[in-house]
Design a protein around this ligand. Structure first.
Ligand SMILES: [Fe+2]
Length: 406
């Protein structure tokens, strides 16, 4: 039997500590590693940390762009651990200080929670937020979330009026929901033809990202078939775990998964090799069907980037015209790459492919399938749980029925 000791080798460093983890208690809680990668030499860098629920851990990303006049623009800050701040300071030494910090969503708490604490490390930077800010479950004003009052501003709807308009254009989508708005900023760095988005677009990488592999526990947790497995930390098992994590993160409940009967669940938990709190006391309620990998193959590394099923089925159908207008405006830019806040980055793509990703917004899109038919079918089948969720919200009167055809 292989000893389940891989967790012990993960180094716990003080500089990776995120002190306010309790404000949004999600994995990896107070211990967050950061990796920096240069995307364009001396121009664009991405900073990545792991994050997620129930060990469905994906990447959360901040992007830093060097300004023509010197200084840095930070899009979508991540947890300002000492390690993260040190990596930004290194860029400041070479390229000038952080001038602008951009908070790119209206409600995305997993992004908003970091902006105030991050801004406090850069006391001369201006903070720019998209309009219609709100928070859930309690709608707290920005200063209560740590945003510095005197230097926090709301982005004007017209990008020409922004202080960085000499280098960046942007368009904001604002979809009214019952509690507030889904707002997202698409920021285009003209000279590198790079589009920065937050949650609107993703591309699923075939391999687990480096930041996720630093702590393989979540990958091995999900690679198991039953609670009785005690898997070796090898590349094949980490990959299997990653493939399943992607399905959980995108669909919440993919179609090719069943649950363990209750009696069996307790029986297996009792016999599980690891009954620690970290391993949920040995409980493992999932049973993957034999052909589950087809679900991952339907979405991995697709040429056309993916709009997450929750956006396709619940959020964007709430205002199709607003969403379409936003996509049409963005499609005028000559996009070469997209850097989103989750999954793979950069995505090498074009404006045409970006537009195609949103084909589902067309009410008559029967001839414009995004994927070859088999993959499209699996994608739709896997989205069923989210569609049911959408119908549930309609019944509760907190969402409108989708005007889009199946
Ligand atoms: Fe997000």
């Amino acid at each position: 039997m292989v000893e389940c000791s891989y967790r012990l080798v993960v180094t716990r460093k003080k500089e990776q500590q995120w002190d306010f983890w309790f404000l949004l208690p999600i994995y990896p809680y107070q211990q967050r590693q950061t990796l920096r990668e240069e995307v364009i030499c001396d121009r664009i860098w991405i900073f990545e940390q792991p994050h997620g629920f129930l060990y469905a851990i994906v990447t959360i990303r901040m992007t830093v762009v060097k300004l023509k006049q010197g200084g840095l623009l930070v899009y979508c800050p991540i947890a300002p651990t000492k390690e993260c701040i040190k990596l930004v300071r290194e860029l400041e030494t070479d390229h000038g200080e952080v001038k602008y910090i951009i908070h790119s969503t209206g409600s995305g708490l997993e992004h908003k929670i970091f902006v105030g604490p991050f801004a406090r490390y850069f006391s001369s930077a201006q903070v720019w937020c998209v309009p219609n800010q709100w928070s859930f479950p309690i709608n707290l004003p920005l200063p209560w979330l740590g945003f510095p009052c005197k230097r926090t501003n709301i982005l004007p709807l017209d990008w020409h009026k922004a202080p960085f308009a000499d280098e960046f254009e942007y368009h904001i989508v604002d979809i009214k929901l019952s509690a507030g708005s889904f707002v997202e900023l698409a920021l285009f760095h003209c000279c590198s033809q790079t589009l920065l988005v937050t949650d609107a677009i993703v591309q699923v990488p075939s391999q687990p990202p480096a930041i996720i592999e630093l702590d393989p526990f979540p990958l091995l947790f999900h690679a198991r078939e039953t609670a009785l497995d005690n898997l070796e930390n090898n590349q094949a098992n980490r990959l299997k775990g990653w493939q399943r994590i992607c399905l959980f993160a995108l669909y919440f409940r993919p179609s090719m998964i069943d649950t363990t009967p209750l009696k069996q669940l307790f029986k297996e938990a009792k016999q599980a090799p690891d009954r620690s709190f970290t391993n949920y006391l040995g409980f493992f309620p999932f049973r993957w069907q034999s052909n589950w990998l087809k679900s991952f193959e339907a979405i991995v590394d697709q040429e056309i980037p993916l709009v997450a099923p929750i956006l396709q089925n619940i959020i964007l159908p709430q205002d199709v015209i607003e969403a379409r207008n936003w996509v049409n405006k963005i499609s005028k830019w000559e996009i070469e790459q997209i850097i989103p806040a989750h999954f793979k980055a950069p995505i090498q793509t074009t404006s045409e492919e970006f537009t195609q990703a949103f084909n589902f917004l067309e009410t008559n899109n029967c001839d414009q399938k995004k994927y070859p038919s088999g993959k499209e079918q699996i994608f739709r089948q896997d989205s069923c749980f989210i569609k049911k969720l959408a119908s549930f919200f309609v019944r509760l009167n907190i969402a409108k029925p989708s005007p889009l055809k199946e």
